[in-house]
Ligand binder design. Structure first.
Ligand SMILES: NC(=O)c1ccc[n+]([C@@H]2O[C@H](COP(=O)([O-])OP(=O)(O)OC[C@H]3O[C@@H](n4cnc5c(N)ncnc54)[C@H](O)[C@@H]3O)[C@@H](O)[C@H]2O)c1
Length: 371
């Protein structure tokens, strides 16, 4: 990687968790799988911190990240908080010399992501984000086939994460733009990232997009995850969006994301068209998440010299967690120099520039140029 990492190969990496919410369990499982030690947890909510400490068998609990970093010996931290805190906490940890694994989205916007990327580069710390969908067996198999040249040059892709009834609570941090940065465009940015990953993260040029707020205050469209509503809170984000991105190399990306809209079922997919093959990774969720009606597909589409179709199903292990454990494992294995990082801060900056441009275009109704 050309960087000197502080953690020696095979020495246990010591990690502290910042944020004890719903995603922490995947981080813990992935870090431990790679041999890391979970040393401490910081969360301003004492009940959440204590519950996580008991569940993960961690003895040191702190109210703030500052205190945890000052009082414990850590190689790395994991930032698992509402989006607004990603940038300040990542900057704090990097300044203290820690490597960082941060939940998605990288930040509220490209300006913050740029600050984070610059800080990591300057301090020679590893900064990775939880783009767990890149770590799914399906995505790994497709990326390997693309890297092998099987698809030729990818000239277009479509990224879709659409839900019918998926508003994550009314009035909490998810639906408050100042806390989250936005609705499904930023929350479900995984498929946009995955499409860009398959395409080799080309330089974006223009974005034209529209967002919709239908159903954002409609209780019939609440998601099933048990996230509580907050009395007096706001829902000032979009419920759905469509966008089109052009790239300097001539390729294009269509994207669609929603928490609430009149579609049949939840779909999570990337489809791409290359000069020698196309491909698709797709999950249709069932009525209750992963149930008997859920469907996973991972395929490539070829045509031989005679014109015959030679389509292929890529057979991979089932991963109901959508790469969440594997992505965290990759972070520790990167620190141990056993694997390459599955994503980089520069990619995060490019992704956030596209997200910013989606919101800017939706506001004016005009295409936005990305520089
Ligand atoms: N990769 C994925 O599949 C996935 C899925 C869900 C959520 N997420 C992301 O994970 C992050 C956390 O989401 P969640 O669902 O776990 O949220 P959550 O609301 O369940 O938990 C967040 C926790 O962070 C704590 N917190 C708030 N400010 C803090 C601070 N300054 N320092 C320490 N802790 C603080 C809160 O008290 C809470 O316990 C978000 O960025 C979200 O976008 C990712």
């Amino acid at each position: 990687m050309g960087r000197k990492l502080k953690c020696e190969a095979n020495a246990p990496v010591r990690v502290g968790l910042i944020g004890a919410g719903g995603m922490a369990k995947y981080h813990v499982a992935g870090f431990r799988k790679a041999g890391a030690e979970i040393v401490a947890i910081a969360d301003p909510d004492p009940a959440a911190a204590e519950e996580a400490a008991a569940a993960f068998d961690v003895t040191q609990v702190y109210e703030t990240a500052e205190e945890m970093i000052a009082r414990t010996k850590l190689d790395a931290v994991s930032v698992i908080t509402p989006n607004k805190f990603h940038c300040p906490l990542v900057l704090l940890a990097i300044k203290a010399g820690k490597h960082v694994f941060c939940e998605k989205p990288p930040a509220l916007n490209a300006r913050e992501a740029t600050l984070m990327a610059r800080a990591a580069k300057k301090s020679r710390r590893v900064l990775m984000f939880d783009f767990n969908n890149r770590a799914r067996p399906e995505s790994m198999a497709l990326k390997a086939a693309i890297a092998h040249g099987d698809a030729g040059r990818i000239n277009s892709a479509q990224a879709v994460w659409i839900r019918r009834t998926g508003i994550p609570g009314f009035g909490g941090w998810f639906t408050t733009k100042a806390m989250s940065g936005g609705g499904p465009v930023i929350d479900l940015l995984h498929m946009t990232d995955l499409a860009l990953h398959f395409m080799g993260y080309p330089e974006p040029k223009h974005v034209l997009a529209a967002t919709f707020r239908d159903f954002i205050n409609d209780r019939r469209f609440k998601g099933p995850w048990g996230i509580p509503d907050t009395a007096g809170g706001v829902c000032d984000v979009e419920a759905a969006a469509q966008g089109f991105v052009t790239f300097k190399n001539g390729s294009t990306l269509y994207l669609r994301s929603s928490w609430a809209e009149m579609n049949k079922r939840e779909e999570v997919s990337v489809t791409f068209q290359g000069t020698t093959a196309g491909g698709m990774v797709r999950r249709f969720f069932g009525q209750d998440g992963i149930d008997a009606t859920a469907e996973d597909t991972c395929e490539m589409y070829f045509q031989d010299a005679s014109g015959a179709r030679k389509d292929k199903t890529l057979s991979v292990a089932k991963d109901v967690d959508m790469g969440r454990v594997r992505a965290a494992e990759n972070f520790v294995l990167t620190l141990q120099r056993k694997e390459k990082p599955l994503n980089t801060p520069d990619e995060a900056v490019k992704l956030m520039k596209i997200i910013d441009a989606i919101y800017a275009s939706a506001k004016t109704g005009a295409p936005v140029r990305i520089r």
